[in-house]
Design a protein around this ligand. Structure first.
Ligand code: URA
Length: 235
């Protein structure tokens, strides 16, 4: 692998920043200063150090973001701020499952495309937990209706029956909902079908990975090794 590519991945920096580090003689390969970005290294064997600190190779990155309302799950958008702007364009990460612009909460982002593919496979039944605030009080029969499944339309107007979902009532008009699909506007559509309206939606968990309650809205952090293993366990 080329040294600059290795450094971009390991240090989570842009190519331009990496080239500056090399020009500033901050990088050594096997204890020798290396300034050539096209040096080919063996990431398993060569010892690469930044300012004397040896680097551990990580090709894949995983972060959790507490997405604010008003931000779209896209790399670029002509009208609205994007999640990639929040985390910095250079990281080249994509979300594992999107949230609507007005939905807040947990978005996991990675450059591990095959894991994303596995986790977003509709047959995979990965549980997603949402905090839901409703316009009107929750009715007695909501749990049973969600459990039974509702007849809805997907983003392409194709009818489908939603898979069994769970509802836990928190207050008269607030609940937790767990779904195992990720269809277009699904939670909002489920409550519309029940004659109610979602006025606030926040994703709290994907599988066993919970949104870190220390992350303010708009903040993000890398997943811990344990969380990465949990994520791979789901996939
Ligand atoms: N369901 C919705 O309606 N919107 C989301 O953003 C996620 C789930």
């Amino acid at each position: 692998m080329r040294l600059d590519k290795y450094l971009c991945h390991t240090l989570e920096l842009s190519r331009r920043d990496v080239h500056r580090l090399l020009a500033d003689k901050k990088i050594t390969v096997n204890n020798q200063i290396c300034m050539r970005k096209d040096t080919v290294i063996n990431e398993e064997k060569d010892r690469i150090a930044y300012e004397g600190r040896e680097l551990l190779y990580r090709f894949f990155h995983y972060i959790m973001l507490n997405k604010p309302q008003g931000v779209v799950c896209a790399v670029r958008d002509s009208k609205f701020p994007t999640i990639n702007q929040i985390i910095g364009d250079h990281k080249n990460l994509h979300p594992i499952g999107r949230l609507d612009k007005d939905t807040e909460g947990l978005v996991i982002m990675t450059n591990n495309g095959s894991l994303t593919h596995a986790l977003t496979n509709p047959n995979k039944d990965v549980a997603k937990t949402y905090l839901v605030h409703l316009k009107s009080p929750i009715e007695e029969d909501y749990s049973a209706q969600l459990e039974k499944g509702l007849d809805l339309y997907d983003g392409k107007g194709k009818p489908y029956r939603s898979k069994p979902a769970k509802l836990i009532r928190l207050e008269a008009d607030k609940c937790l909902v767990e779904i195992t699909e990720g269809k277009y506007h699904q939670v909002k559509k489920m409550f519309l079908k029940l004659g109610n309206e979602v006025i606030y939606l926040k994703r709290l968990a994907i599988g066993s990975i919970c949104l870190d309650d220390k992350l303010e809205v708009g903040q993000f952090r890398s997943l811990t090794d344990q969380e990465i293993n949990q994520l791979k366990g789901i996939g």
